[in-house]
Structure formats: C-alpha cells, structure tokens
Write a protein of this length. Structure first.
Length: 754
C-alpha cells in the first residue's frame, strides 16, 4: 500500500507517463532524486523506482487512476496551486508531509515543470482571464475615422465609392498583358471622375487641390497598388513634372490631355548606371543652333532610361532628364518633353523601348527601358521654369548657381515623396487590419476543459501586431503634418520640408515592409494564400523602399540636413559646446540622469507623455551632437569631408532615425491633445504610449550606455509594453475598423469567413 508521503509523487508520475514516454533525462532525474532522499525508507524508494521502470511502464488504467485521483483532489479544493498542495489533499495524515514542500518544489524544478503548469493540466475549468478577454470597443469608431480623415472626408468617401464598384473587383492569376490593360482601364475611369487632374490649375481642367490629390493616392492604396503607381506616374510624375518644371505654354499644350488621360506619359529620370545620383545622369540634350532644336541621345547602353513606368506599353511622351549641352559646354541636368509613340501606339523614329517584364510585384505597371538615338525635339519642349535657351542659343536662368538650380528643380517634385509614404501607410493599414481581424476570429489552444481561445488574446500575438499598429497611427499623424507643411511652405522652410519628406518616405516604407512581414507570419498558412492579399501587399510595396529615392540614401540626406541646421545654429562649436548643447536643450536631461530618475519604474512615470518626449529629444540631440563631433574630429585629423562622411554613414542613419521618431511622437501627442471625445482620446493615448515605449525598448542598449536609464527601468518598460498591449486588445478591432477600408478592397476571406 502506498504511504501518505508517496502521494506527492502521483502528479509527477502522471506527467512523465501521460505521453507514454518517460525520457532518459526524466528517468535519471527522478531516480537520482528518489535515491538521495533520506526521509524515504529503502522500501519506499524501491516502490517509487518501480514506477519509473522504462522497461515496465504503468498500464493505461493506472495512469487514468492517477489522473482521476488528482482531478478529484482539485475539485474538492480549487485553490490548489502546486503538487505539494495535491499531496496534502491526497495524504491521510497531512502532518507527515508538512516539512517536505522544498523537496516537491525542487523535483518540479529539476524536471522543468512549474507548479502552475502541473496543476493546470488537471483543471477542467475554462474560467481564465486569457480566455475571457474579448473584443469590446470602448470608443466610438466613426468618431476616430472622422479624426483620421480630417477635412478630406468628402473626396476620400468618393474614391472609396468608386473603387468599390463591380468593375474594380480583384481577379487573381491574370497574365501580365491583361493585368496591365485592366489597370489602364481603371485609370481611365478615375480620370473621368476628375481624380487625376485634381492638383492641376482649374483653367487647365483641374481642381487646384493638391491636398485632395494626396488623399486620393492614399485612399486608392486600399485597392490595387499597381493602379496607384500607374495613376501616380501618369497624373503625378508625368503631369506634375510638366506643371512644376514647365511654363504657361506647356500647361496650355499638355495639362488638359494629361489630366483626362488622352496623353499617357512617363517620367524618365532613372538610368541603368544612375539611380539616386541624378546629377550624374548621362543622357544628353544637345542644342542645335541651326534649327533651334535639341537632340536627345543615349551615349551608351548603361545610360538608357530604366524602370520607367508607362514606357513598355502605353506612354506616348515623357519628361526626360538629360544634361544640356550647348557648344560642348555641359549646363547640367534639365528636363525635356520627348515623344515616344504616336497616337496609334507606334514607337517614333530614334526611340527604342524595352520591357522590364515580370517583377517581384506591381505587374500591372508597364515598366520599360528607353534609349534615344539623336531624337530631335523643338526648343519649346524644354521645360523652362528654372532654365532656358534663348533665341540666340544662350543659356539663361533666374538662378545663377548651378547647384542651387539643380536642387530647386528637384525640390519641386517633392510631392512624390509625400504620396509614396502615404500609399505605403495605406498598405500597412490593410495588412494590419487583415491580421488583427483574423486573429480576433481564429481560435487556437485554450485551458483544459474549455474552448479554444482567439489568438489575439495571447500576449505574444499582441506583441507581434500592436506595436506596428501604434507605429501606423504615429506615422499617419506625422504624414498629415508633413502634408500641411508642404501646402503652407515658405521659402525658408523648403529645405527642412524636403528633408522631412525624404525621411518620412524612408520611415513609412521601411515600417510597411516590417509590418506586412509580421502580418503574413501572424496569419500563418492563411497569410500565404494570395486570396488573403498579404502577398500582393508585401510584393507590391517592396519597391517602395527603393523608388522615389533609395531609403538609405534618403536617410543620409536627412542626416546631412540636420547637421547643416546644427552648424547654422552653433557655428564652429567645439566638443565641449556640443556636449553642453545637449544638456541645455533637452529640457530636464540633467535631472533625468539623476540616479533616482534613471531607476524610476512607477507606472505614472513610465506612461507620462513628457517623459517620452524628453527621452526622444535627448536621444536625438545626443546622437546629432555626437555625429557632428565625430565628423569634426575626422576632418581635423586630415580626412577629406567626403571620406569623413563615408566613415560615419551608419551614425548618420541613427541621426535621421532619432529625428524622425521625435517628429512622429510630437505630432501624435499634439493630435491627441486636440481630441474632444474622451473615450477616443483615451485609446489614442494608449497607442501613443505604446509607440513611445516600444521605440525606447528598441533602443534600450543606447539608453543604458548613455546612463540615461538603468536596467531596472528598461525591464519595467518591457513589462509596460506587454501591459499596454493587453489593455489595447479589446479595442484592437475598433482601431483597425477606424481606417474604414471598404470590404471590397479588404477582400481577404479570412477577415469575413474565419
């Protein structure tokens, strides 16, 4: 007969035998433990060892008997929390084992079990807080939608109505030719709705509303991204290059036809050997004095225009960026309107067009290559807002500096770096909506005896998705801020806006790539099915990190702008001055580096908006000053500036990243302060806190190295991120519903049928 002391082993025996396999490690652990217990008699030891004889396992009836004994004990006392508690319940004489608790805990630990796990195996109740956490929006979703849409709600809803029509329904598996023509037909429909010409002046058939144009691009991005890019090439790059770089004669001749898609065109800047380095383009436009024309020429194969949207099939004309040559003198890159095809689609003499073919994504866009063989165009085809050639064949420009003229010309095209990140953001919104709604319906695992639990209830799943959701909201408000700056810009703000546009283009598109990858994985095998759209969203947005400027190059531009602003403000500041600058300008930085504050872990402090902003500001200013100090030292040691910047390129990326995240946090917090509805404000506040603490957590090594925080604080931040995710969970579906993505655009069956 088994004595009372031995009852404590029943839960452990059951656990090691319940899967019909006692591993060698478990056998050795249990055997060694049993042999070493002085409180057991030799007879008791032999009995216990007989129960772990791998050559003679217990019968299924004995295992079931053990399970039933344990279950009955727990039913009598639901407060049982360990195998030791079970032993007391099973024991006829509790006093005999009252001193044995340390032994029970040790063997659980040696076998790799936790008391809670041991007991939960036998509990039948499904009454757990994990299983009870459900979707219950605690705010008015339409009110949040109204905040996100702002003053563009009218045009946004109109676009949503159009792309929800039956003719815009998705069709998978189209061959490339059919897909390209389908996208072209969609563009024609949008042109008839006057969406394409929305940014052009009213006298040329437009709406004179570039803010609405950005809202159209963003909303169309809930649909097919090939459509967005085709639309953007035609009405944005092609049309806006004519409008921004040309003059009245060009507007009168081209804008109306571009706006209604009578004249499909291209934006031919990128060359095989020159992408980001526009200044190095090799295509030439040589002025012919005799007949006042230009000859557009591709000097060698690697100077061909490459990856040009609309070129392979539909484009009839192109804005071509080429070096202007007059009498063998190079006047730098200028823009020219060059014919590619006649109205019947025949390629004109001297032009050779290739097809880029299948791509990783965006296969509804007809990207192509273009070569020119002394293609002659009239003088008036030079887009001459910033430079021209007069009737005497002399170069003229209102901007005397070649450098300034070049960057002024490119600066007029900054709108593309606003449209692309807003488009990317919509793709991220679509992906996160699919993933969160699926996770709210998809059930997996659960407490013993209970039903399966929505995977959105699991903390790790929340951790995977909710920080991305918070970043999406932060980026939304950041891009709205950038758009306002662009619309209200002054001469003094232009460089800052260009840098911010470059940075947010990089930040938004990188963030979208990361978000969609996580969404794909979070949806498991269903996320791999094309019908659920994440594959198209992923593949189509991959190129967003490259076109309109390679992201890494753009981040260098942002960093150089920040260093330039730093030098303007502080001149030839020495190293000590740079250090003082950090502490004097990051409000309470000195206080925050107080040993007490670096260890502060209470929730009120960790969730405080001011703490978040000061931490972001401190990081930004410290990294900026550090980069400036480092570059100055390298140059002082004799390194050429070009080489010095090359040495610190990774540092430059950090400068840009810290600057952009500070901007996003500021705008997020500022927009929250304007929200009138308390429930909406509360949930947005949680998202802003999650965004801030997630960024701090991601950079915790830096904060620890700087002594700005101690490990006890960064650990507390990690726990707070977990807690915020848990608190956001009931509102998660409402937060993605606030994007108001049409069902026909979302389309993923896992959203509606799971």
């Amino acid at each position: 007969m088994v004595g009372p002391k031995l009852q404590a082993f029943i839960p452990l025996f059951y656990l090691v035998w319940s899967d019909d396999l006692l591993t060698l490690k478990e056998f050795q652990t249990l055997a060694t433990f049993i042999k070493n217990q002085d409180w057991l008699s030799q007879e008791e030891k032999e009995y216990l060892l007989s129960n772990i004889d791998r050559s003679n396992p217990p019968s299924r009836a004995i295992i079931d008997k053990w399970k039933e004994e344990i279950r009955n004990a727990i039913l009598k006392n639901p407060s049982i929390a360990s195998s030791y508690d079970v032993a007391k319940m099973l024991s006829e004489n509790e006093a005999q084992i009252i001193d044995l608790k340390p032994y029970f805990l040790k063997i659980e630990n040696d076998l790799g079990y936790l008391s809670e796990e041991v007991i939960s195996t036998f509990k039948t109740t499904a009454d757990t807080f994990t299983s009870k956490n459900n979707t219950l929006s605690q705010f008015d979703v339409p009110k949040l939608t109204a905040i996100l849409d702002g003053n563009q709600v009218g045009v946004i809803n109109k676009v949503k109505a159009v792309i929800s029509r039956p003719e815009f329904a998705y069709e998978y598996g189209l061959d490339i030719a059919t897909y390209r023509n389908r996208v072209y037909d969609w563009c024609k429909i949008l042109a008839k709705e006057n969406f394409g010409n929305k940014a052009y002046p009213k006298e040329y058939g437009g709406g004179n509303d570039i803010e609405a144009y950005f809202a159209i691009i963003e909303t169309l991005s809930y649909h097919d991204l090939s459509l967005v890019i085709k639309f953007g090439v035609q009405f944005g790059l092609w049309g806006m290059s004519v409008y921004s770089l040309g003059t009245k004669k060009h507007y009168e001749k081209y804008l109306k036809d571009i706006g209604d898609l009578t004249l499909p065109g291209c934006f031919a800047m990128t060359e095989t050997h020159h992408g980001s380095n526009v200044k190095g383009l090799e295509t030439t436009a040589t002025y012919n004095h005799k007949d006042q024309t230009f000859s557009i020429h591709t000097p060698h194969p690697k100077a061909q225009k490459e990856y040009i949207g609309n070129a392979a099939v539909h484009g009839q004309m192109a804005t071509v960026f080429a070096k202007l040559i007059i009498d063998n003198h190079d006047y730098g890159v200028n823009a020219f309107i060059v014919p590619l095809r006649d109205s019947d689609g025949n390629v004109v003499k001297g032009v050779t067009i290739g097809d880029c073919g299948y791509k990783m994504g965006l296969n509804g866009v007809d990207n192509g290559t273009i070569r020119f063989d002394q293609v002659v165009i009239p003088k008036e085809n030079m887009l001459d807002r910033f430079a021209s050639v007069n009737d005497n064949g002399v170069f003229e420009s209102p901007i005397p500096s070649d450098n300034r003229r070049f960057f002024t010309m490119l600066g007029t095209l900054v709108g593309g770096r606003i449209g692309i990140p807003r488009s990317a953001l919509s793709a991220a919104k679509s992906g996160i909506t699919i993933a969160i709604k699926y996770a709210d319906k998809r059930r997996q695992f659960g407490p013993d005896g209970g039903s399966e639990v929505p995977i959105l209830n699991y903390r790790i799943h929340q951790r995977r998705l909710f920080p991305h959701l918070a970043t999406i909201y932060a980026t939304h408000f950041g891009l709205q801020y950038l758009t306002r700056l662009f619309l209200e810009k002054t001469e003094e703000q232009i460089q800052e806006i260009e840098a911010l546009a470059a940075g947010l283009k990089a930040y938004s598109t990188w963030s979208t790539t990361a978000t969609l990858q996580e969404c794909r994985e979070a949806c498991g095998g269903k996320g791999y099915l094309s019908e659920n759209r994440i594959d198209n969203l992923k593949n189509d947005t991959e190129i967003y990190t490259t076109f309109e400027g390679d992201n890494t190059v753009l981040m260098q531009l942002v960093a150089k702008n920040r260093l330039s602003e730093f030098r303007k403000e502080f001149g030839k500041m020495n190293s000590l001055g740079m250090i003082n600058y950090v502490f004097e300008n990051a409000k309470t930085a000195l206080t925050e580096k107080n040993p007490i504050v670096t260890r502060t872990t209470d929730a009120t402090h960790l969730l405080d908006f001011e703490f978040h902003l000061q931490a972001f500001q401190y990081r930004e200013k410290t990294i900026l000053a550090s980069a400036a100090k480092r570059i100055k030292r390298l140059i002082d040691e004799g390194l050429e500036p070009y080489d010095a910047f090359n040495v610190v390129q990774h540092h430059m990326i950090e400068v840009a990243q810290a600057y952009l995240e500070r901007i996003l946090l500021e705008q997020f917090q500022e927009n929250i302060s304007k929200v009138q509805d308390q429930a909406v404000q509360a949930v947005l506040k949680q998202l802003a806190q999650l965004f801030a603490l997630s960024v701090i957590e991601k950079n915790k090594a830096w904060y620890l190295e700087e002594g700005y925080m101690e490990s006890v604080k960064t650990k507390a931040i990690r726990k707070m991120v977990n807690q915020l995710c848990w608190e956001i969970r009931p509102n998660a579906v409402g937060l993605v519903d606030a994007f108001a993505i049409p069902d026909s655009c979302l389309a993923a069956p896992i959203v509606f049928n799971s």
